[in-house]
Design a protein around this ligand. Structure first.
Ligand code: PLP
Length: 346
C-alpha cells in the first residue's frame, strides 16, 4: 500500500553531507566552523541546565530577538527564530507556497530549496547561473503562479555573491517575495540586511551554524518586515527553539569579539588555501564564504574526492546534472588545510 501523497512518494528527499561518526577523519565537507564556539555559549547553556528544564521555553525567543535587534538596528518584531535556518526556510515555504504554485531558485545552489518545494507539491523553476556565477534575466522572468524565489547569497557551492544593489533590482522585478539565504554572510564583504526595510518582498535568513560555530545547537533566524513576520509566526511550531538553544544563541551573538576574531582566522586561511590550490593548477572561484569551489583541468573531481577520502580527508563532491561537477572544500584550521594540500600536491 502507498499511503503517501503523490509528490512525497515521487520525491527523493534532501541528502545532507556525510556525517561520519568518527573523530579520525578531517571533515571539510559541510562547512562547519573548525574552531570551538565562544566560551560564553557553554556558560549560558550550563545556567539553563542548572535551573532545570521543566518549563516550556519562551515561544518567540524574546531574549535573542532583543539582542539581535540591537545588533542590527531594527525592532525585535522584525525577527523570527528557528531551529536552524533550515526551519526558517521550511516556515517561509509552507506559509507562501501551495500545491501547484511555482517557486524559483538558481543552480548550482543549496539543494534543500527543491526539497521544500517538492514537499508542497510546487513546480520548480531552476535557473542556471551564467558561467561567471552572475544571474541571468530568467531569474526575474514574469510568471503568474510564482510565489517565492530563493537566493543563497553568498551562494553554495560557489562562494560567490550577488551584490546588494543587484539583489534589490531582482526583488523589484520579481512578482513574489525573495528569500535571501545569508547562511555565510558573516564571511562576506557585504550583505542584504539593509534592503529589508526598503522592500517588504525581501526576507533575509541567517544561521549560527557556520560563523558562530554552532551547527550542533540548531539556531537560525529571519529578518523581515513585521507584517511578514506576523503571518509567518502562524506557521511556526509553538516551541521550535528550545531553552538551551535560545540561551546559547543569545550568548553567541553577544560575543561579537569572538566573531571578529574567528572571521579573520578563517579569512586568512581561505586566502592561503586559494593561493596554494591555484599553484597546484586548480581553477578556483574567489570566495566570500568559509569554503572554496574548485575544479582541476587534468583531474576528475570525483577521483580527487575519493583519493582524499582514502587519505582521511572528507570534502564535498558536487555533481549538478547538465551543469558540471567540482569540489567544495570547507576552510578548516591551518593544520587541516596543510594536510589537504599535502595529499593534493603529490
Ligand atoms: C548550512 C546552510 C543552511 C542551513 O543552516 P542551518 O542553520 O544549520 O539549518 C542554509 N542555507 C545554506 C545555503 C547553507 O549552506
Amino acid at each position: 500500500m502507498n499511503f503517501f501523497r503523490t509528490n512525497i512518494s515521487e520525491m527523493t528527499g534532501y541528502v545532507p553531507g556525510e556525517q561520519p561518526q568518527t573523530e579520525k577523519l578531517i571533515k571539510l565537507n559541510t562547512n562547519e566552523n573548525p574552531y570551538v564556539c565562544s566560551p560564553k555559549v557553554k556558560a549560558a547553556i550550563g545556567r539553563v541546565v542548572q535551573a532545570g528544564l521543566q518549563k516550556y521555553p519562551d515561544p518567540t525567543a524574546t531574549a535573542f530577538r532583543m539582542r539581535a535587534a540591537e545588533l542590527f538596528g531594527c525592532d525585535p518584531d522584525w525577527i523570527l527564530c528557528g531551529n536552524g535556518s533550515d526551519d526558517i526556510l521550511t516556515i517561509v515555504t509552507r506559509a507562501l507556497v501551495d500545491s501547484g504554485d511555482h517557486v524559483r531558485f538558481s543552480q548550482p545552489s543549496y539543494t534543500l530549496y527543491r526539497t521544500l518545494a517538492e514537499i508542497q507539491g510546487a513546480k520548480c523553476h531552476v535557473i542556471d547561473y551564467e558561467s561567471d556565477w552572475t544571474l541571468g534575466p530568467d531569474f526575474t522572468k514574469p510568471c503568474d503562479q510564482l510565489r517565492l524565489a530563493y537566493l543563497a547569497n553568498p551562494n553554495s557551492p560557489s562562494g560567490t555573491l550577488v551584490p546588494p544593489e543587484e539583489v534589490a533590482r531582482i526583488a523589484d522585478a520579481l512578482p513574489c517575495p525573495l528569500l535571501v539565504d545569508e547562511a555565510y554572510a558573516d564571511f562576506a564583504e557585504t550583505n542584504c540586511l539593509e534592503l529589508v526595510a526598503q522592500n517588504e518582498k525581501i526576507m533575509v535568513s541567517r544561521t549560527l551554524s557556520k560563523s558562530y560555530a554552532l551547527a550542533g545547537l540548531r539556531f537560525g533566524f529571519l529578518v523581515a518586515q513585521p507584517q511578514m513576520i506576523r503571518e509567518l509566526n502562524k506557521v511556526r511550531d509553538s516551541y521550535n527553539c528550545d531553552a538551551m538553544s535560545i540561551a546559547g544563541a543569545t550568548a553567541a551573538i553577544d560575543d561579537q569579539n569572538w566573531l571578529a576574531q574567528n572571521r579573520s582566522a578563517i579569512l586568512a586561511t581561505r586566502t592561503r588555501l586559494l593561493d596554494q590550490l591555484r599553484q597546484l593548477g586548480f581553477e578556483c572561484q574567489d570566495s566570500e564564504a568559509n569554503f572554496v569551489w574548485c575544479t582541476h583541468p587534468d583531474h576528475a573531481a570525483e577521483q580527487l574526492y575519493q583519493q582524499l577520502k582514502t587519505d582521511g580527508i572528507l570534502v564535498r563532491y558536487m555533481n549538478y546534472p547538465g551543469w558540471g561537477d567540482g569540489l567544495r572544500i570547507t576552510v578548516g584550521t591551518d593544520e587541516q588545510i596543510d594536510a589537504l594540500l599535502a595529499v593534493l600536491g603529490c
